[in-house]
Design a protein. Structure first.
Length: 97
């Protein structure tokens, strides 16, 4: 009787977790981890005609300018820095004055 109870409980547990393969599947390089890769982007306008732009910059050191003006006349302001597993990604917002 006890043996049947244990086997039934194990079978139920395996069935509820999606099988042995799903329970022991690797979680490395999943979509969420791939989305966490550091990126450099071109300036993009938040809304067409708004005059407010945003971009991301990626560097190996956590040193970013608080503000600067690029060759297109956009003045960029640092809004935040994110640690991306050894690299750093800065989020900038800018305006063309």
């Amino acid at each position: 009787m006890f043996k049947k109870l244990v086997v039934g409980a194990l079978a139920t547990g395996i069935a509820l977790t999606g099988g042995i393969g799903a329970a022991s599947a690797s979680t490395e390089n999943t979509a969420s981890e791939l989305a966490m890769q550091c990126k450099n982007t071109q300036p993009q306008e938040t809304q067409k005609g708004s005059g407010i732009y945003y971009k991301y910059e990626c560097k190996s050191q956590r040193i970013f300018a608080n503000s600067y003006t690029d060759n297109q006349g956009i003045t960029w302001y640092l809004k935040g820095i994110t640690d991306m597993d050894g690299q750093y990604e800065a989020y900038y917002e800018g305006r063309k004055y």
